[in-house]
Design a binder for this molecule. Structure first.
Ligand code: CA
Length: 218
């Protein structure tokens, strides 16, 4: 999952980015509203974490412009403003959830998972295609009654595939979902992760569609 973090406080921003990277998210961090808008125009984010008090453009204005552009990317507002009116305004402008600082990273990540699930029309917190089951809360995966624990990258890649069983994701699609801007990506990185996932789960757990990419069965 590729996340856009919009936060102008350097301490909070770097702490949240680190915590999210530890939880296997790819994170792009920007520190003002104008950059947040231009980034969300050029990149495909799974979710935006949006502070409200921001230089160059207020968070509520960013959200309003996003929605006016018909950009429906799920957005969670994170802010110290806990006035009820601000909360209502944020939700009315099209935010999917609202978290008041200071918050626990555990709660933030749980809410992010819930918002992404809702957005993909998935009710069950367990992701499964009937063959491979993934528990996003624990990063545990089961296949044929065998339990495996995945690395952060393996988890992120399998999550992307299991979110839409039957859909083919290309190397670019996968890199975009797994890596943030500041991360070096080796040219064979995706193949390498697929290889280690297949070693754990079995060769046929992930299908290669020649020239196009990879998928899990529907
Ligand atoms: Ca701020």
């Amino acid at each position: 999952m590729r996340i856009l973090l919009v936060e102008d406080d350097p301490l909070i921003g770097s702490a949240v980015r680190q915590a999210l990277q530890d939880a296997a998210f790819a994170v792009d961090w920007v520190q003002d509203g104008a950059t947040a808008l231009s980034s969300s125009r050029t990149e495909n984010y799974t979710l935006i974490l949006l502070d409200l008090g921001l230089p160059r453009k207020d968070g509520l204005q960013v959200l309003r412009e996003l929605r006016q552009m018909k950009n429906a990317v799920p957005t969670i507002i994170i802010t110290a403003r806990d006035a009820v009116e601000d909360r209502i305004r944020g939700l009315d402008y099209g935010a999917d959830d609202y978290l008041v600082k200071p918050f626990s990273v555990g709660e933030l990540v749980a809410r992010m998972r819930a918002v992404v699930r809702r957005n993909n029309g998935v009710a069950d917190p367990l992701l499964s295609n009937g063959d491979v089951s993934l528990n996003p809360a624990t990063r545990e995966v089961t296949r044929n009654d065998q339990l495996h624990v995945l690395s952060a990258r393996e988890y992120a890649l399998l999550y992307a595939l299991l979110l839409r069983p039957g859909a083919i994701l290309s190397r670019d699609d996968l890199e975009e979902r797994i890596y943030g801007w500041n991360e070096e990506v080796a040219s064979n990185a995706i193949e390498f992760i697929i290889h280690s996932l297949r070693k754990k789960l079995g060769k046929d757990a992930i299908k290669n569609v020649r020239g196009l990419g990879w998928m899990v069965n529907k």
